[in-house]
Design a protein around this ligand. Sequence first.
Ligand code: PHE
Length: 338
Amino acid sequence: MKDRINGMLAEVAQAELTSPEAVEAFRVAYLGRKGKIKDLMAAFKEVPGDQKRELGPMLNTLKQAVEQKVQDAQQATVVRPQASGEDATRPSGGVPLGTHHPLQVVRREIVDIFQNMGFAVAEGPEIEDDWHVFSGLNFPPEHPARDMQDTFFVERDPDILLRTHTSSVQVREMEHRDPPMRLIMPGRVFRNEAISARAHCMFHQIEGLYIDKGVSFADLKQTLLHFARCFFGPDTDIRLRPSYFPFTEPSAEVDVYWGLKTEVDKRITKGTGWLEILGCGMVDPNVLKASGIDPEVYSGFAFGMGIERITMLRYQIGDLRHFFENDRRFLDQFAGER
Ligand code: PHE
């Protein structure tokens, strides 16, 4: 009996179980109802009592060795589900890259052109008070632009509002800088307008301001001509039409010559060939005074343009709403623009 047990221990240690079928056959052979362990147990019952003391623990050791062997072999031969034809060594397809938003592309280009002329970038808050958006810019109290129809108010008395133009940044900069100053001020503005293909309640402007001794209207015109030729091409012509803004005097609107070659040209220029791109003028002495700059010593010019409008011209985009819908089919068309 002792030899049988020792012989089996050696057999178990040497058994090579390399497949799930082999493990199962081994388990049945040893631990099954008619297996070798059962046989030994039956024989064990018959041995004289004085031998049981020695044989009992040996039998237990054998049983445990068999159970351990089966458990280890089951784990080692477990069949993993076949991977679904994937090749783990294949390089991934890469993360799809986003594109620059067309408004961002145009904004950067405009800012670059003015930076090359020595203008520095400044920004201001979107939530403003009445002073920086209206009063400091010489808006009379009854001016229609203050009307509820245009302005989103956050609070009344004293008024806190969403800025309706980036001219508010002019006031902020004039308050805390001393001339000379040459600034380009991009930003988002808000007006209470019904949303359509041509108007939105939120859009972007770029404001310019130049204040120094002896700044003239000729400087304004030449600066804007240079900008138009950089942006629209070297043969571009501009024209200035008299206009009115409370904060500039004299004031003008600037058109670029777009041409009348196609039906589209005729439609977007209303048959004139000219397209308005910005408002400008010489900073009103009242505005300089309100911000603590002496109009007897200094003069300056300011201008403001809508980024959406210029972007629509540049890329022939027919509907303003495309800019804010974040439809990939629209945005992906600007892949590669910087
Ligand atoms: N703030 C004006 C507007 O929103 C544009 C402008 C800026 C005009 C600076 C003159 C000078 O229409």
